[in-house]
Design a protein around this ligand. Structure first.
Ligand SMILES: *[C@@H]1O[C@H](CO)[C@@H](O)[C@H](O)[C@H]1NC(C)=O
Ligand SMILES: *[C@@H]1O[C@H](CO)[C@@H](O)[C@H](O)[C@H]1NC(C)=O
Ligand SMILES: *[C@@H]1O[C@H](CO)[C@@H](O)[C@H](O)[C@H]1NC(C)=O
Ligand SMILES: *[C@@H]1O[C@H](CO)[C@@H](O)[C@H](O)[C@H]1NC(C)=O
Length: 477
């Protein structure tokens, strides 16, 4: 045992040079702010499939830092060189929306665009997260401006392209741009929308939507929903709409494809949870809230344990890991979850893990990802493609973006949303627990699907098609 530990230790030392080692550090670090570039997952869930694009595969393309440092091979975004892009973020936080926009900012910096960033709503107090994210942007040559004032109006007028991020960012248009200038800016606006909740369909947010060059939405389901709701609820028409699925970052893929890194992370996480190497871990990785369905997942999990006992199946111990809890907030929902676990006496089988940006260590440690988002489901569900990169099968709700990612029966199994889904999910848990071969095959097929369509270069390629279209339209107006 001690020997094992030493080994692990020397492994770690050797690997500190490697980038993924950051994730390990992050995992044990209290300061989440320093690890921003390990993607956030637990919060709002941004999504991105440009429908009309070939999913292929411009392999010379090396986005992110590598591009910034030296220019390697052509990028599908090369035509954006020296274009002026204004990005309007509704806020600056570690949630999915702003981080995704930042990723795009860095991709554009990588090909030599001039990128100006503004944040519409900032906390009035100095804020560590805002400070850290802005520093990161400045380091990468993104210019950060105040959301209001001459300078930003001037930039909006000069820009080749303005990207509004999320529906809420629409408020900035009226708040900042003079009325007579608005018609000059709207034709070059690309509006990136990641949300699918009723309260976003407000005229005050989206009244200019019909007049912008285009809307970019993360899944077909979400795009359909927007089309329908804007028409029925608000009586407005969507502009040209592009569906763009997200891709996995290169950093995440690096860890996912590094078997040594994965093994180290797995050992450490399992040790910290107090589970054995051959125990089976089913994890749900989302911020804890009713919409994400942790309550129904735990019910399914409990049902699966009962089933295993009734049938006297000889299986390794099953564990449920709930990553995304926020114990400080002590929400009623979380209290309910914890009470359920106590009532059913499954404390030794259920593990709550605090909200974290570093999801890779967990993905490296578990056996199955559960995506249990309720109602209309996830807009896209980036954690789903991240888990598939780690060769994990996915047990997901048959709703929203999940249905565009998971191939039922091939890369995972789908169950219905709501209480009707509890027993199906329980059966699916038992199924994957009892059929090792099936689990591995599904994981491998999921990984292949990611390689085929959910990588950063796929996303960059699809976004490039959208940006080209928008630039063409803007210059015609
Ligand atoms: C992307 O859109 C195309 C065209 O509608 C569709 O055939 C394809 O399945 C979509 N991709 C995914 C991952 O759903
Ligand atoms: C549009 O929404 C209405 C009401 O929510 C619903 O009845 C209808 O089926 C939806 N249409 C489509 C095409 O989704
Ligand atoms: C989770 O967060 C709570 C509250 O901040 C803290 O007391 C607890 O130690 C954290 N748990 C872990 C495992 O870090
Ligand atoms: C998923 O596949 C299973 C069989 O493998 C089937 O019973 C189930 O109805 C399918 N669910 C959906 C939503 O397609």
């Amino acid at each position: 045992m001690a020997k094992q530990h030493n080994n692990t230790h020397s492994w770690m030392t050797t690997m500190l040079k490697k980038r993924w080692a950051l994730m390990l550090l992050a995992f044990f670090s209290l300061s989440t702010v320093t690890i921003v570039f390990i993607r956030a997952n637990t919060n709002s869930d941004p999504c991105i499939n440009i429908t009309n694009s070939p999913t292929h595969n411009n392999n010379n393309y090396k986005p992110h830092e590598s591009v910034i440092r030296s220019s390697v091979g052509p990028s599908p975004l090369d035509f954006m060189k020296s274009k002026l892009v204004l990005m309007v973020s509704h806020e600056l936080s570690l949630s999915g929306g702003p981080l995704l926009l930042m990723e795009l900012a860095f991709l554009l910096r990588g090909v030599g665009s001039d990128v100006v960033w503004i944040t519409n709503q900032k906390p009035s107090e100095p804020d560590a997260v805002v400070y850290s994210l802005e520093s990161k942007m400045l380091d990468r040559g993104v210019q950060v401006l105040p959301a209001k004032g001459e300078k930003v109006i001037d930039t909006a007028l000069k820009a080749d392209l303005v990207i509004l991020n999320t529906a809420v960012a629409g408020k900035w248009l009226d708040a900042v741009l003079p009325k007579d200038k608005l018609p000059l800016v709207l034709p070059k606006v690309l509006w990136w929308i990641h949300e699918m909740r009723g309260h976003y369909f407000k005229v005050e947010y989206v009244k200019h939507l019909p007049f912008v060059a285009g809307a970019m939405i993360d899944s077909h389901t979400t795009a359909e929903y927007w089309k329908n709701r804007t028409k029925e609820r608000l009586g407005i028409k969507m502009p040209d709409t592009y569906v763009v699925h997200l891709g996995n970052s290169k950093e995440l893929m690096e860890v996912a494809e590094d078997s040594v890194a994965k093994r180290v992370l797995r050992e450490h996480v399992r040790e910290s949870l107090g589970v054995r190497n051959d125990d089976l871990l089913f994890a749900i990785i989302n911020s804890v809230s009713r919409g994400k369905g942790q309550d129904l997942f735990l019910r399914s999990f409990h049902e699966s344990l009962q089933r295993i006992q009734e049938k006297k199946l000889q299986l390794p111990s099953l564990h449920a890991v709930v990553v995304g809890s926020d114990f400080n907030k002590q929400t009623k929902f979380e209290t309910e979850l914890r009470q359920f676990v106590v009532d059913k006496k499954i404390q030794d089988r259920v593990h709550f893990v605090n909200k974290t940006l570093a999801v890779a260590p967990y993905l490296a440690s578990i056996d199955v990802l559960v995506q249990n988002s309720q109602a209309r489901g996830e807009c896209f569900g980036r954690i789903t493609i991240e888990a598939m990169a780690f060769r994990l099968p996915v047990l997901g709700t048959a709703a929203g973006g999940t249905m565009e990612i998971v191939v039922n029966g091939t890369t995972g199994l789908l169950h219905p949303v709501g209480k009707e889904g509890v027993t199906t999910l329980a059966n699916n848990i038992v199924k994957l627990a009892s059929h090792v071969e099936k689990r591995f095959t599904m994981g491998r097929k999921g990984y292949e699907r990611v390689k085929e369509m959910f990588l950063e270069h796929h996303m960059a390629h699809r976004i490039a098609l959208v940006l080209k279209d928008v630039l063409r339209k803007a210059s015609h107006d």
